[in-house]
Design a protein around this ligand. Sequence first.
Ligand code: IMP
Ligand code: MG
Length: 192
Amino acid sequence: MNEPASTAERTASRSEVDVLFSTEAIADRVDELGGEISQTMDRDCMVIAVLKGSFVFCADLIRSLHRAGMHPRIDFLTLSSYGTGTESSGEVKITRDITDDVAGMDVLLLDDILESGRTMAFAKELIQKRGAKSVSICVFLDKPNKRKVAIDADHVGFTCPDQFVVGYGLDYAHYYRELPFVGVLRQGANAD
Ligand code: IMP
Ligand code: MG
């Protein structure tokens, strides 16, 4: 990272989070992603953000999609698989369902991170079963070595090292979502 770190980045680096993807790098990549997606999706597609982790990414990406000339509908699907720790429980549950009808729509599923793939495999199957015309996947981060089910994203923000990361919507035990960058929690840091 050559550019000067923001105050938040300096503060976090001094305490418990080591910056992995800076605010500026994220902004540049999300801007590119909007352009990439606009080449492959219907202008009037439906974006479904898988919550909670993707809410920050979704807010930035839909404005990038707008700049690329797209006009998406937006809905939210809350799934849980992790509990409050850093290990997946393996079981995916719907905590809050979408409210829009996806039948006949080109759907873009958004998530913060693709790890085992269970969350996105569950979401993709659900939306396909409800009659979507197509279902594409866009994830902000991808940990390809951690896959437990065969699924890949059509669009990836960054490939992520096999470490537990926080910030830009990603949490550790419900904390750190507000960080404007992505970083790795230092050993011994906790959510208190
Ligand atoms: P998967 O079902 O294993 O692919 O995991 C997807 C979900 O697990 C994501 O939507 C995140 O909420 C969570 N997750 C996986 N890895 C991380 C991480 O490094 N930091 C924070 N959350 C993570
Ligand atoms: Mg999540």
